[in-house]
Design a protein around this ligand. Structure first.
Ligand code: UT7
Length: 331
Protein backbone atom coordinates (compact mmCIF):
# COMPACT_ATOMS: atom_id res chain seq x y z
CA UNK A 1 0.00 0.00 0.00
CA UNK A 2 1.31 3.50 -0.86
CA UNK A 3 2.36 5.57 2.12
CA UNK A 4 0.10 8.52 2.80
CA UNK A 5 0.49 11.58 4.98
CA UNK A 6 -2.01 14.24 6.11
CA UNK A 7 -1.63 17.46 4.14
CA UNK A 8 -3.33 20.82 4.39
CA UNK A 9 -5.09 21.38 1.06
CA UNK A 10 -7.17 24.52 1.75
CA UNK A 11 -7.40 27.36 4.28
CA UNK A 12 -9.87 30.10 5.21
CA UNK A 13 -9.99 32.82 7.85
CA UNK A 14 -12.46 35.20 9.47
CA UNK A 15 -12.15 38.05 11.96
CA UNK A 16 -15.05 40.25 13.10
CA UNK A 17 -15.35 43.83 11.82
CA UNK A 18 -15.12 45.70 15.11
CA UNK A 19 -11.56 46.89 15.87
CA UNK A 20 -10.56 47.50 19.48
CA UNK A 21 -7.43 49.65 19.23
CA UNK A 22 -4.83 50.38 21.90
CA UNK A 23 -6.11 53.95 21.88
CA UNK A 24 -9.62 52.80 22.80
CA UNK A 25 -8.19 50.58 25.57
CA UNK A 26 -6.38 53.65 26.96
CA UNK A 27 -9.84 55.08 27.72
CA UNK A 28 -10.97 51.87 29.47
CA UNK A 29 -8.04 50.83 31.73
CA UNK A 30 -4.77 52.27 33.01
CA UNK A 31 -2.58 51.44 30.01
CA UNK A 32 -1.05 53.08 26.96
CA UNK A 33 -0.21 52.32 23.35
CA UNK A 34 3.57 52.49 23.94
CA UNK A 35 3.47 49.92 26.73
CA UNK A 36 1.20 47.50 24.87
CA UNK A 37 3.18 47.78 21.63
CA UNK A 38 6.59 47.37 23.23
CA UNK A 39 5.60 44.61 25.68
CA UNK A 40 3.36 42.56 23.35
CA UNK A 41 3.57 43.79 19.73
CA UNK A 42 -0.23 44.26 19.64
CA UNK A 43 -1.79 47.39 18.10
CA UNK A 44 -5.40 46.26 17.75
CA UNK A 45 -7.67 43.24 18.12
CA UNK A 46 -11.08 42.25 16.72
CA UNK A 47 -14.20 41.84 18.86
CA UNK A 48 -17.33 39.93 17.85
CA UNK A 49 -20.39 42.08 18.55
CA UNK A 50 -24.04 41.09 18.25
CA UNK A 51 -26.68 39.31 20.26
CA UNK A 52 -26.44 35.49 20.37
CA UNK A 53 -23.27 35.44 18.26
CA UNK A 54 -20.75 32.97 19.66
CA UNK A 55 -17.64 31.13 18.52
CA UNK A 56 -19.62 29.13 15.95
CA UNK A 57 -20.47 32.32 14.09
CA UNK A 58 -16.78 32.88 13.31
CA UNK A 59 -16.05 29.17 12.75
CA UNK A 60 -18.86 29.04 10.18
CA UNK A 61 -17.62 32.15 8.35
CA UNK A 62 -14.03 30.81 8.18
CA UNK A 63 -15.22 27.40 6.95
CA UNK A 64 -17.58 28.90 4.38
CA UNK A 65 -14.74 31.02 2.96
CA UNK A 66 -12.53 27.93 2.65
CA UNK A 67 -15.35 25.98 0.96
CA UNK A 68 -16.21 28.76 -1.48
CA UNK A 69 -12.64 29.65 -2.43
CA UNK A 70 -11.70 26.03 -3.11
CA UNK A 71 -15.02 24.94 -4.60
CA UNK A 72 -15.45 22.11 -2.11
CA UNK A 73 -18.70 20.18 -1.79
CA UNK A 74 -19.39 20.27 1.99
CA UNK A 75 -21.24 16.95 1.70
CA UNK A 76 -17.86 15.28 1.07
CA UNK A 77 -16.42 16.41 4.43
CA UNK A 78 -16.13 13.41 6.80
CA UNK A 79 -15.21 15.11 10.06
CA UNK A 80 -15.45 18.64 11.49
CA UNK A 81 -13.29 19.37 14.54
CA UNK A 82 -13.72 22.74 16.23
CA UNK A 83 -10.73 23.58 18.41
CA UNK A 84 -11.91 26.14 20.94
CA UNK A 85 -11.60 27.27 24.55
CA UNK A 86 -14.83 29.25 24.24
CA UNK A 87 -17.60 26.90 23.02
CA UNK A 88 -20.98 28.47 22.23
CA UNK A 89 -22.63 26.84 25.23
CA UNK A 90 -22.39 23.90 27.61
CA UNK A 91 -23.49 20.41 26.52
CA UNK A 92 -24.36 21.35 22.90
CA UNK A 93 -21.16 21.01 20.88
CA UNK A 94 -20.11 24.00 18.79
CA UNK A 95 -18.80 21.70 16.07
CA UNK A 96 -22.11 19.89 15.46
CA UNK A 97 -23.85 23.21 14.88
CA UNK A 98 -20.97 24.47 12.73
CA UNK A 99 -21.00 21.32 10.58
CA UNK A 100 -24.76 21.61 9.95
CA UNK A 101 -24.56 25.31 9.12
CA UNK A 102 -21.85 24.80 6.49
CA UNK A 103 -23.73 21.90 4.89
CA UNK A 104 -21.38 19.13 6.08
CA UNK A 105 -24.38 16.85 6.51
CA UNK A 106 -22.42 13.61 6.12
CA UNK A 107 -19.83 14.50 8.74
CA UNK A 108 -19.49 13.71 12.42
CA UNK A 109 -18.19 16.54 14.58
CA UNK A 110 -16.63 17.23 17.95
CA UNK A 111 -14.94 20.02 19.88
CA UNK A 112 -11.50 19.89 21.46
CA UNK A 113 -10.05 22.22 24.09
CA UNK A 114 -6.37 22.49 24.94
CA UNK A 115 -6.52 26.28 25.50
CA UNK A 116 -4.07 28.11 23.21
CA UNK A 117 -2.71 24.77 21.93
CA UNK A 118 -6.15 23.55 20.80
CA UNK A 119 -5.47 24.01 17.09
CA UNK A 120 -1.96 22.51 17.31
CA UNK A 121 -3.28 19.42 19.11
CA UNK A 122 -6.16 19.32 16.60
CA UNK A 123 -3.60 18.98 13.80
CA UNK A 124 -2.44 15.77 15.45
CA UNK A 125 -6.02 14.46 15.59
CA UNK A 126 -6.69 15.39 11.95
CA UNK A 127 -3.47 13.68 10.86
CA UNK A 128 -4.31 10.43 12.65
CA UNK A 129 -7.81 10.26 11.10
CA UNK A 130 -6.39 10.81 7.61
CA UNK A 131 -3.46 8.42 8.06
CA UNK A 132 -5.91 5.71 9.24
CA UNK A 133 -7.46 5.94 5.72
CA UNK A 134 -10.92 5.78 7.30
CA UNK A 135 -11.72 9.42 6.46
CA UNK A 136 -10.71 11.46 3.41
CA UNK A 137 -11.59 15.05 4.31
CA UNK A 138 -11.10 16.44 7.83
CA UNK A 139 -12.00 20.08 8.45
CA UNK A 140 -10.14 21.53 11.43
CA UNK A 141 -11.36 24.92 12.64
CA UNK A 142 -9.65 27.00 15.34
CA UNK A 143 -12.02 29.62 16.72
CA UNK A 144 -12.35 31.65 19.89
CA UNK A 145 -14.55 34.45 21.13
CA UNK A 146 -12.13 35.48 23.87
CA UNK A 147 -14.06 38.68 24.53
CA UNK A 148 -16.72 36.47 26.19
CA UNK A 149 -14.34 35.61 29.05
CA UNK A 150 -12.36 38.83 29.42
CA UNK A 151 -12.81 41.38 32.18
CA UNK A 152 -12.34 44.71 30.43
CA UNK A 153 -11.33 46.27 33.78
CA UNK A 154 -8.30 43.93 34.00
CA UNK A 155 -5.33 45.34 32.10
CA UNK A 156 -3.36 42.09 32.55
CA UNK A 157 -5.68 40.30 30.11
CA UNK A 158 -7.86 42.74 28.16
CA UNK A 159 -4.95 44.17 26.18
CA UNK A 160 -3.91 40.77 24.87
CA UNK A 161 -6.94 38.81 23.73
CA UNK A 162 -9.10 39.16 20.62
CA UNK A 163 -11.67 37.16 18.65
CA UNK A 164 -11.11 35.27 15.39
CA UNK A 165 -11.23 31.97 13.52
CA UNK A 166 -9.40 30.01 10.86
CA UNK A 167 -10.19 26.76 9.07
CA UNK A 168 -7.98 24.21 7.30
CA UNK A 169 -8.82 21.10 5.31
CA UNK A 170 -6.69 17.98 5.72
CA UNK A 171 -6.53 15.34 2.97
CA UNK A 172 -4.25 12.41 2.16
CA UNK A 173 -1.04 13.10 0.25
CA UNK A 174 1.01 10.48 -1.58
CA UNK A 175 4.07 12.67 -2.31
CA UNK A 176 5.38 12.74 1.24
CA UNK A 177 3.97 16.22 1.92
CA UNK A 178 1.89 17.22 4.97
CA UNK A 179 2.53 16.40 8.62
CA UNK A 180 5.99 14.92 9.23
CA UNK A 181 6.47 14.99 12.99
CA UNK A 182 5.07 16.34 16.23
CA UNK A 183 6.16 16.93 19.83
CA UNK A 184 3.20 17.67 22.14
CA UNK A 185 3.21 18.00 25.92
CA UNK A 186 1.01 19.00 28.89
CA UNK A 187 1.67 19.93 32.53
CA UNK A 188 -1.45 20.35 34.67
CA UNK A 189 0.46 21.95 37.53
CA UNK A 190 0.32 25.13 35.45
CA UNK A 191 -3.44 25.56 35.56
CA UNK A 192 -3.44 27.98 38.50
CA UNK A 193 -1.57 30.59 36.44
CA UNK A 194 -4.11 30.99 33.62
CA UNK A 195 -7.73 30.14 34.29
CA UNK A 196 -11.34 31.20 34.66
CA UNK A 197 -12.02 29.90 38.16
CA UNK A 198 -15.82 29.95 38.15
CA UNK A 199 -18.23 28.75 35.50
CA UNK A 200 -16.90 25.20 35.09
CA UNK A 201 -17.86 22.02 36.95
CA UNK A 202 -15.47 22.54 39.90
CA UNK A 203 -16.89 25.92 40.77
CA UNK A 204 -20.22 26.79 39.15
CA UNK A 205 -21.11 30.46 38.90
CA UNK A 206 -22.61 32.02 42.03
CA UNK A 207 -23.84 35.53 42.81
CA UNK A 208 -20.57 36.03 44.76
CA UNK A 209 -18.37 34.85 41.87
CA UNK A 210 -20.19 37.17 39.48
CA UNK A 211 -19.56 40.08 41.85
CA UNK A 212 -15.91 39.10 42.23
CA UNK A 213 -15.64 38.55 38.45
CA UNK A 214 -13.88 35.20 38.88
CA UNK A 215 -15.78 33.75 35.92
CA UNK A 216 -13.47 35.89 33.77
CA UNK A 217 -9.94 34.85 32.86
CA UNK A 218 -7.18 35.46 35.38
CA UNK A 219 -3.55 35.35 34.25
CA UNK A 220 -0.25 35.48 36.12
CA UNK A 221 1.40 36.96 33.04
CA UNK A 222 5.02 36.71 34.18
CA UNK A 223 4.83 33.00 35.05
CA UNK A 224 2.95 32.16 31.87
CA UNK A 225 5.46 34.20 29.87
CA UNK A 226 8.49 32.39 31.33
CA UNK A 227 6.95 28.95 30.78
CA UNK A 228 5.85 29.87 27.27
CA UNK A 229 9.31 31.05 26.24
CA UNK A 230 11.04 27.99 27.69
CA UNK A 231 8.62 25.30 26.50
CA UNK A 232 7.75 26.65 23.06
CA UNK A 233 11.41 27.12 22.21
CA UNK A 234 12.28 23.72 23.67
CA UNK A 235 9.60 21.87 21.69
CA UNK A 236 10.56 23.66 18.48
CA UNK A 237 14.24 22.90 19.00
CA UNK A 238 13.44 19.20 19.57
CA UNK A 239 11.45 19.02 16.32
CA UNK A 240 14.27 20.69 14.39
CA UNK A 241 16.96 18.48 15.91
CA UNK A 242 15.28 15.17 15.25
CA UNK A 243 14.40 16.12 11.66
CA UNK A 244 17.86 17.55 10.90
CA UNK A 245 16.40 20.97 10.16
CA UNK A 246 18.17 24.30 10.54
CA UNK A 247 17.73 27.90 9.41
CA UNK A 248 18.50 26.99 5.79
CA UNK A 249 15.91 24.23 5.69
CA UNK A 250 13.05 25.85 7.62
CA UNK A 251 10.94 28.15 5.44
CA UNK A 252 8.40 29.47 7.95
CA UNK A 253 7.79 29.56 11.70
CA UNK A 254 4.04 29.51 12.37
CA UNK A 255 3.93 30.31 16.08
CA UNK A 256 1.03 31.01 18.43
CA UNK A 257 0.52 34.77 18.61
CA UNK A 258 0.38 35.38 22.37
CA UNK A 259 3.14 37.93 22.66
CA UNK A 260 5.64 39.04 19.99
CA UNK A 261 8.45 38.67 22.51
CA UNK A 262 7.62 34.96 23.03
CA UNK A 263 7.67 34.32 19.26
CA UNK A 264 10.94 36.27 18.87
CA UNK A 265 12.52 34.28 21.71
CA UNK A 266 11.55 31.01 19.99
CA UNK A 267 12.99 32.20 16.67
CA UNK A 268 16.21 33.28 18.41
CA UNK A 269 16.61 29.92 20.16
CA UNK A 270 16.52 28.09 16.80
CA UNK A 271 18.64 30.78 15.08
CA UNK A 272 15.90 31.48 12.56
CA UNK A 273 16.06 34.44 10.23
CA UNK A 274 13.25 36.76 11.37
CA UNK A 275 12.02 37.13 7.77
CA UNK A 276 10.77 33.55 8.14
CA UNK A 277 8.73 34.30 11.24
CA UNK A 278 5.05 34.83 10.46
CA UNK A 279 3.36 37.58 12.48
CA UNK A 280 -0.11 39.08 12.58
CA UNK A 281 -0.36 39.74 16.32
CA UNK A 282 -0.33 43.48 15.66
CA UNK A 283 -3.75 43.20 13.95
CA UNK A 284 -5.55 40.53 15.97
CA UNK A 285 -3.84 40.07 19.36
CA UNK A 286 -4.11 36.59 20.85
CA UNK A 287 -7.10 34.77 19.33
CA UNK A 288 -6.26 31.51 21.21
CA UNK A 289 -7.26 28.67 18.83
CA UNK A 290 -7.49 31.11 15.93
CA UNK A 291 -3.86 32.25 15.78
CA UNK A 292 -2.26 29.41 13.77
CA UNK A 293 -4.96 29.04 11.08
CA UNK A 294 -5.26 32.83 10.78
CA UNK A 295 -1.51 32.98 10.07
CA UNK A 296 -1.99 30.33 7.37
CA UNK A 297 -4.90 32.24 5.90
CA UNK A 298 -3.05 35.61 5.91
CA UNK A 299 0.19 34.22 4.46
CA UNK A 300 -1.15 31.42 2.20
CA UNK A 301 0.00 33.16 -1.00
CA UNK A 302 3.65 33.11 0.20
CA UNK A 303 3.83 29.34 0.75
CA UNK A 304 5.22 27.09 -1.97
CA UNK A 305 4.75 23.37 -2.44
CA UNK A 306 7.41 21.56 -0.41
CA UNK A 307 8.05 24.47 2.01
CA UNK A 308 8.98 23.37 5.53
CA UNK A 309 6.62 24.92 8.11
CA UNK A 310 7.29 24.65 11.83
CA UNK A 311 4.24 25.20 14.04
CA UNK A 312 4.59 26.03 17.74
CA UNK A 313 2.17 26.90 20.52
CA UNK A 314 1.91 27.29 24.28
CA UNK A 315 -1.13 27.94 26.42
CA UNK A 316 -3.23 27.41 29.52
CA UNK A 317 -3.14 24.04 31.19
CA UNK A 318 -0.22 24.21 30.49
CA UNK A 319 -0.29 22.66 26.99
CA UNK A 320 2.38 23.17 24.34
CA UNK A 321 4.25 21.67 21.44
CA UNK A 322 5.55 21.86 17.92
CA UNK A 323 4.51 20.28 14.61
CA UNK A 324 6.53 19.92 11.41
CA UNK A 325 4.55 20.08 8.16
CA UNK A 326 5.54 20.22 4.50
CA UNK A 327 3.26 22.55 2.56
CA UNK A 328 1.38 20.72 -0.20
CA UNK A 329 0.36 23.26 -2.86
CA UNK A 330 1.12 26.52 -4.67
CA UNK A 331 -1.63 29.14 -4.45
O1 UT7 B 1 -1.75 32.54 24.95
C1 UT7 B 1 -1.77 31.97 26.21
C2 UT7 B 1 -0.62 32.26 27.01
N1 UT7 B 1 -0.52 33.64 27.39
C3 UT7 B 1 0.65 34.22 27.22
O2 UT7 B 1 1.54 33.64 26.65
C4 UT7 B 1 0.85 35.59 27.84
C5 UT7 B 1 2.18 35.61 28.56
N2 UT7 B 1 2.44 36.84 29.33
C6 UT7 B 1 2.66 38.01 28.72
O3 UT7 B 1 2.56 38.14 27.52
C7 UT7 B 1 3.13 39.16 29.57
O4 UT7 B 1 3.45 38.68 30.86
C8 UT7 B 1 2.11 40.32 29.70
C9 UT7 B 1 1.97 41.04 28.38
C10 UT7 B 1 0.77 39.81 30.17
C11 UT7 B 1 2.63 41.33 30.72
O5 UT7 B 1 3.93 41.77 30.34
P1 UT7 B 1 5.13 41.77 31.39
O6 UT7 B 1 6.29 42.32 30.69
O7 UT7 B 1 5.24 40.39 31.97
O8 UT7 B 1 4.62 42.81 32.46
P2 UT7 B 1 4.55 42.69 34.02
O9 UT7 B 1 3.27 42.04 34.40
O10 UT7 B 1 5.83 42.14 34.56
O11 UT7 B 1 4.51 44.21 34.42
C12 UT7 B 1 5.62 45.09 34.16
C13 UT7 B 1 5.19 46.51 34.53
C14 UT7 B 1 4.56 46.61 35.92
O12 UT7 B 1 4.89 47.88 36.43
P3 UT7 B 1 6.10 48.05 37.48
O13 UT7 B 1 5.73 47.18 38.64
O14 UT7 B 1 7.33 47.58 36.76
O15 UT7 B 1 6.08 49.52 37.77
C15 UT7 B 1 3.09 46.53 35.64
O16 UT7 B 1 2.33 47.15 36.64
O17 UT7 B 1 4.18 46.94 33.60
C16 UT7 B 1 2.98 47.27 34.33
N3 UT7 B 1 1.85 46.84 33.52
C17 UT7 B 1 1.22 47.61 32.62
N4 UT7 B 1 1.40 48.87 32.26
C18 UT7 B 1 0.59 49.37 31.31
C19 UT7 B 1 1.29 45.59 33.50
N5 UT7 B 1 0.31 45.55 32.60
C20 UT7 B 1 0.23 46.79 32.04
C21 UT7 B 1 -0.58 47.36 31.06
N6 UT7 B 1 -0.38 48.64 30.71
N7 UT7 B 1 -1.55 46.66 30.42
Amino acid sequence: MTNISAAITAVGGYVPDYILTNQILETMVDTNDDWITSRTGIKERRILKGVNKGTSFMAIQAAKRLIKKNNIDPKTIDLVVVATATPDMKAASTSAYTASEIGAINAFAFDIDAACSSFLFGMSIAARYIESRIYKKVLLIGADKNSSMINYDDRATCIIFGDGAGAVLFEANKEGLGIQDEYLRSDGTGREFLRGTHGGSSNPITIESLNEKTHFIYQDGKTVFKNAVFNMANATEKILDRNNLDNDKVDWLVAHQANKRIVDATANRINLDHKKVLMNIEKYGNTTSGTLPLLLSDYESKFKKGDNLIFAAFGGGFNWGSVYLKWAYNS
